[in-house]
Design a protein around this ligand. Sequence first.
Ligand SMILES: *Cc1c(COP(=O)(O)O)cnc(C)c1O
Length: 387
Amino acid sequence: MKGRKLLMIPGPIEFEPEVLQAMSIPTTSHVAPNFIESFGNCLDMMKKVWLSEDGQPFVVSGSGTLAMDMAASNLVEPEDKVLVVSTGYFGERYAEILKRYRADVTILKSELGNIVEQNVIENELKKGGYSILVFTHVDTSTGVRNDPKILGQLGQKYNVLTILDGVCSVAGEEIRQDEWNIDIVLTASQKAIGVPPGLALLVASQKAMEKWKNRKTPVLNYYADFNNWLPIMRAYQERKPSYFGTPPVNLILALEVSLKQILSEGMDERFKRHKKISRAFRNSMQALGLSILPKSNDIAAHTLTATYYPTSIDGNLFRKKLNEHGIIVAGGLLKEIKTEYFRVGHMGAVNRNDIISTISGIENALTQCGHHCNLGKGTSTVLSELS
Ligand SMILES: *Cc1c(COP(=O)(O)O)cnc(C)c1O
């Protein structure tokens, strides 16, 4: 494929050919026995990918924002006190969503490129009255990574439910939902799950389901209401037909293929691979004299990297040149510094060759933009890291 480009943005990502093939199978009925089996398999496999034996999985047609909306609308009742720990763009979005459902939202914002320190969160929770703690695992606007294990412990200690926006992390970053006490872990298909856009996915703990069951007021979102979807998920889990809203049949078939691939790699292997690839990528950027947005490597995401352009170059021109080398990366997302940095996704099916091509493309484009870098330095760094 001469015109082929490599899609290295933080979702949609490059998809495996077998996953894409499932998208072109003749569409069957959503109550056909083989489709019921596939949907049921997806729900069973999600529990393994999320490492949540006890959780209730949901798969609904929509994007990641719907998964955020679904968690918020089902768990929040008006006046509920919710603490949002924000590390960037998607934390802000979550606060907006929660306010729609009339939550009493307090937001703790990190400094640019940093996380909110544990003691700051703890001091806020100590004030009492909170029922939910919400945080983003990897904020896709900054490439900053929170530690869900610590936040889960805080949730347990202060008896609040925890919601993890894992849209840029599930199936890439380490998440152990049961062990780490995270009540809702949500994502979308087009990121590390490795399926074209269109599916909102979440797994809810029994504690989260209890909060929903004990609601005194109706869920303020018709489409997202667990009342509509729980019977459907249960039916597919029991391999029985059911209907509320027509599921995106081919996306579900593609999800089945992808989840199988994820589990055949193995979760521990997968977490390790993402760590290794991201470290190689970061080190190559640093070898080229570029700096990354996260304040330290310990809080840098393993699924994407946000890197500042050298001040001497025009970011749009750089991305255009890179595109001419066949590599598509994303520009900035955070309003304050939108034109100052770019983002490279390296999750899911990403492999060594993709990373090497991307880094050599970056070196080339930087040089073409007039930035003096030691051509080959990034590539040799990645080669030695990923040998
Ligand atoms: C992409 C993303 C979202 C939004 O997902 P959409 O599918 O675009 O609605 C939310 N949170 C995070 C962390 C993301 O990376």
